[in-house]
Design a binder for this molecule. Sequence first.
Ligand code: SAM
Length: 298
Amino acid sequence: MATLGIPQNTIEILQKYQFHFQKKYGQNFLIDTSVLERIIKAAQISTEDCVLEIGPGIGTMTQYLAETAGKVVAVEIDKALIPILEETLGPYENVTVLQGDILKVNIGELAEKYHKGKPLKVVANLPYYITTPIIMGLFEKKVPLDSITVMVQKEVAERMRAKPGTKDYGALSLAVQYYAVPQIVANVPPNCFMPRPAVGSAVVKLTCFEKPPVEVKSERFLFALIRAAFNQRRKMLINALTGAGGIDVTKDRITEALEKLGIQETIRGEKLSLAEFAGLADMLYNGSGEIRSSEYDI
Ligand code: SAM
């Protein structure tokens, strides 16, 4: 029976273990049963599913997941939480807790071990200090994924789903939309957490594509191009790209490519769709292009 969503029960368990919140781990625990129910509903979990939970905390959401999924694997970095999780998740035989840093876990191996390599569903109330590396890491490592349903900072959720020409549109929007369809399923105020975060939160569901919506010669070059375009987003695209590190293209080649694609020479990167970036990337591709997942946070 899931009970930790009730604030009094969370307080009791924290006091029993004399737990101290660690700011460096982004610890804000959920204490609102209606938010928990909405996350579970949005994730569309059944007994056929294996769920990866990132950062179970004291196991509040894990209890809900255990009651709906076939299998739950939860990865928690904070060693002080492990004895608490042993107590709160003790009654659930379908839960495995692993202590470690999610950024260092081989999730492909984990999918193989616990779900015969079939796509996982990721569900998490993410530690906000590493939201982008976690999500981009899942996508870039080509982990078999069905969907990612996560609590993130509200502004980050807005950036993920932003469309061309809007203020929130940027490298993160394009990277996420290359791999998945983003949908905000709930806005969550600070009073639903203990302790209260300084920012508003939102639950976003990313439904993963089997195959990206655009095809390119080099994904690395596409993302290097996107990053260069948004590094100096107030500049015209042509100026932002000329001589930019990681792509190595001349102004003449960019002018020619834009003309062939029927895109105005004066355009800014923030107006280009994913399909237009893909077209431009293929015309300019010359075998270079480097990007790391941490670089999407612009
Ligand atoms: N799921 C719990 C809840 O909803 O109440 C806790 C969410 S809290 C926002 C984030 C959790 O992620 C914390 O338990 C924190 O210790 C854990 N965490 C932080 N960094 C992590 C990392 N690199 N790998 C795994 N867990 C991490």
